[in-house]
Design a protein around this ligand. Structure first.
Ligand code: NAD
Ligand code: UD1
Length: 337
């Protein structure tokens, strides 16, 4: 299939491009480079072994720009990664988050349908479950109260896409609810490249390990978890990328609406991650216990059985590969791209 990949220069998008080509698909990237570097696409091309990844520097809110991309070629499906994703920033700038994520998706979906492309895979998030009503989280778990505008954009966009699919069954919509993506391509050539101080755990750990930050602050050790620190379902980004290839097969089978948790089903605490990182990589990660971070929950991990049963997808990599590949990327690229 020929796939439009919005946000393809970003962390998850760049890794997904590699899996798409490996599976025999072709891809065209649309990205405004707001949170990414074109060097990522150059390195993706190098890994795949093609001269370049077709790329348009277009903002998905720019209807005319998107029209030009769609007029130039036919797409069989869109994998829609483009969006702003910083939780804290979304609290400071809610309008910008709603306008970019929701406004952008509405323009994208309209241009898609006008060009007869009614297949979309959407990057949703475990955050839509809020403080989850059940652990492990199945897809039947009710959506919850999000604690920030970023989370609401995901929750609302799920609803928008479900309603569009319901009204027009020609649409195939796959909502992938990612748990906590970490790791990097095993080559170490591409990886997560956050701007400024990382908000998420793994890039913070790798920046401490590489000497860019003094110590990790562990946000709370008084949660009702085995060691008191927060428990999450970390998933290797290469596994996550593979889930999109499986979702495309579901689209080829005309799946209608599909909603899937994409995680490993294992919960690891903050200290589990730190200890695994130190053990596997043989580097030190100094840390100290800090107060809880506002909006955090104690435990979040999924039951990924539905993705296995219906998409034939399951995670292959464990915690050791996650911490190894995160470090391999950071070590080789201390300043990112
Ligand atoms: P990322 O920031 O690395 O990639 C997103 C890409 O979208 C960036 O390259 C950015 O420049 C681009 N973009 C943003 N707004 C755009 C616009 N209006 N037009 C065109 N391009 C635009 O983020 P990521 O970690 O690769 O996440 C990809 C998707 O997955 C996002 O939608 C994110 O919300 C979602 N997600 C991420 C995580 C995570 O922990 N990384 C977890 C759950 C869901
Ligand atoms: C965060 C987002 C969530 C998003 C997800 C994936 C928040 C409140 N939530 O989830 O919306 O879907 O990323 O992108 O930001 N931790 C530390 N020290 C740090 C960083 C994190 O102890 O410096 C802890 C956290 O308290 C948490 C765990 O590590 O227990 C994971 O944190 P993080 O990587 O930010 O992901 P989430 O909070 O799960």
């Amino acid at each position: 299939m020929n796939i439009l990949v919005t946000g393809g220069a970003g962390f998850i998008g760049s890794h997904t491009l590699i899996e798409l080509y490996k599976a025999g698909h072709t891809a065209v990237v649309v990205d405004n480079l707001d949170n990414s570097n074109p060097e990522a696409l150059r390195r993706v091309a190098e890994i795949i072994g093609i001269p370049e990844v077709p790329f348009h520097k277009v903002d998905i809110r720019d209807r005319e720009g998107l029209e030009r991309v769609f007029a130039a070629q036919k797409f069989d499906a869109c994998i829609h990664f483009a969006g702003l994703k910083s939780v804290g920033e979304s609290v400071e700038k809610p309008w910008e988050y709603y306008e970019n994520n929701i406004g952008g998706t509405l323009v994208l979906v309209d241009v898609m349908r006008r060009h007869g492309c009614k297949n979309i895979i959407f990057s949703s998030s475990a955050t839509i479950y809020g403080d989850p009503a059940e652990i492990p989280i199945t897809e039947n778990c009710p959506k919850g109260q999000c604690t920030n505008p970023y989370g609401w954009t995901k929750s609302m966009l799920e609803q928008v896409l479900m309603d569009i699919q319901k009204a027009d069954p020609e649409w195939n919509v796959v909502l992938l609810r990612y748990f906590n993506p970490v790791g990097a391509h095993p080559s170490g050539r591409i990886g997560e490249n956050p701007n400024g101080i990382p908000n998420n755990l793994m890039p913070y750990i790798t920046q401490v390990a590489v000497g860019k930050r003094q110590e990790l602050g562990v946000f709370g050790n008084d949660y009702p978890t085995p060691d008191g620190t927060g428990v999450r379902d970390y998933i290797h980004v290469v596994d996550l990328a593979g889930a999109h290839v499986c979702a495309l097969k579901a689209i080829e089978r005309k799946c209608g609406l599909g909603v899937y948790n994409v995680g490993t089903g294992h919960g690891y605490s903050v200290l589990d991650m730190v200890k695994a990182f130190v053990r596997v990589n043989g580097v030190d990660v100094p840390y100290s216990i800090k107060p809880r971070r506002a909006g955090d929950i104690a435990t979040c991990y999924c039951n990924p059985a539905k993705a296995k049963a219906e998409l034939g997808w399951e995670a292959k990599y464990g915690i050791d590969e996650m911490v190894r590949d995160s470090w391999n990327w950071q070590r080789q690229n201390p300043e990112g791209f």
